[in-house]
Design a protein around this ligand. Structure first.
Ligand SMILES: C[S@@+](CC[C@H](N)C(=O)[O-])C[C@H]1O[C@@H](n2cnc3c(N)ncnc32)[C@H](O)[C@@H]1O
Length: 347
């Protein structure tokens, strides 16, 4: 366990603290309204002030909120969570929580193949924690992570692990039948309801016949034994993502969508993760939950409850919410779906 955390720290990409990100923000206040575009990318020329150009491009990739949290600035992505160092730390911790809760890093029957050497795709890889750990555990296999944000390491990583910026809803930049195993975890907030079928069929396209697709997702906003404070936080998150076309209850349709895409032998593992109770996992999951949701929903919560505008009042509310979860033994629901692309495709 300790070695995993060491690994996370070792691979943590270069980056700035929230404080220095704030100063980056103030240097580039005009960037907030700049949409990400491929043209912007090509506008970075080698002539003139290349340093200025690369600073402008770096600034245009991001937008910042009042708390100094950093977000992607793409017009083609529904995702609303941050992509700064604090979020990277959260995702590293969340990886460990999910691995322990599901008692493994993966559920598909691919262990033997991973040991022998296969091609693996990690869709929406975040900082690449899963791929980095899997690449270390299975040195014969090759791992490719894709994400809309460049939160993954560019240099310090195992040689069998590669990352690239890519939206999973766009045609995948890999040939048909290229991967033996495709893994995607926690993109419930990132993929619009209408795009899920497309994303699954893209994965089908790049999977080899007989290859495995694995999708792990949380159910939002419903929890086991929620109290009113947690419900306020969760429902607010749902209200924020629904107008963007995101269905927080997408887990209910994933199995059918996989089957409709032609995936066979779909099996589901359901896990309830305790929030702020039940020992170390519950403690860390509470931290994970607070880090993930607190700043994102705050402006909307404050509109509903102006009495929470004072930072201390909001902090107290979050603390009270933690106590409530402990008393009620609240849990959040997670589902892992594994299925196989048929070995013979009937056209
Ligand atoms: C909650 S994080 C999970 C990261 C990683 N899968 C894990 O489990 O550690 C969701 C990730 O999905 C990425 N993401 C969201 N929408 C995406 C999209 N349309 N295409 C690719 N990545 C996306 C985000 O940038 C973020 O890194």
């Amino acid at each position: 366990m300790a070695s995993s955390f060491f690994l996370f720290r070792l691979f943590k990409r270069k980056g700035s603290s929230r404080k220095s990100e704030r100063s980056e923000q103030s240097r580039h206040t005009s960037s907030n309204n700049t949409s990400y575009s491929k043209n912007k990318m090509s506008s970075v020329s080698t002539s003139g002030s290349s340093q200025q150009n690369s600073e402008d491009f770096a600034a245009s990739q991001y937008r910042y909120d009042e708390q100094g949290r950093r977000y992607h600035n793409r017009s083609d992505a529904a995702y609303i969570l941050p992509n700064d160092d604090e979020e990277i730390d959260r995702l590293h911790m969340q990886h460990w929580i999910l691995k322990i809760s599901f008692q493994s890093n993966f559920g598909s029957p691919v262990k033997k193949h991973l040991e022998e050497g296969i091609n693996v795709l990690d869709g929406g890889c975040g900082p690449g924690t899963w791929s980095l750990e899997m690449a270390k555990d299975y040195p014969q296999s090759k791992f490719t992570g894709i994400d809309i944000s460049e939160a993954f390491p560019s240099e310090i990583k195992p040689s069998n692990c590669h990352f690239q910026v890519h939206n999973v809803n766009d045609p995948l930049p890999f040939s048909q039948n290229h991967f033996d195993y495709v893994f995607q975890r926690l993109l419930v907030v990132g993929i619009k309801e209408d795009d899920w079928d497309n994303v699954i069929s893209q994965y089908m396209h790049v999977l080899k016949p007989g290859g495995w697709l694995e999708l792990l997702e949380a159910l939002l906003p419903e929890c086991v034994n929620p109290g009113p404070k947690l419900e306020l936080l969760m429902n607010t998150l749902a209200e924020m993502i629904e107008p963007r076309g995101v269905n927080p209850r997408i887990v209910h349709s994933i199995k059918d969508r996989m089957k409709k895409a032609g995936i066979e032998k779909v099996h589901v593992k359901y896990v309830e993760i305790p929030v702020h109770h039940g020992g170390k996992i519950g403690e860390l999951f509470w931290q994970d939950f607070v880090m993930g949701i607190r700043d994102v929903v705050r402006p909307v919560i404050i509109k509903k409850h102006p009495e929470l505008e004072e930072p201390d009042a909001y902090t107290n509310f979050i603390e009270e919410c933690g106590k409530e979860c402990d008393e009620l033994k609240t849990c959040i629901k997670f589902y892992r779906f594994c299925g196989q692309k048929p070995t013979t495709i009937i056209a």
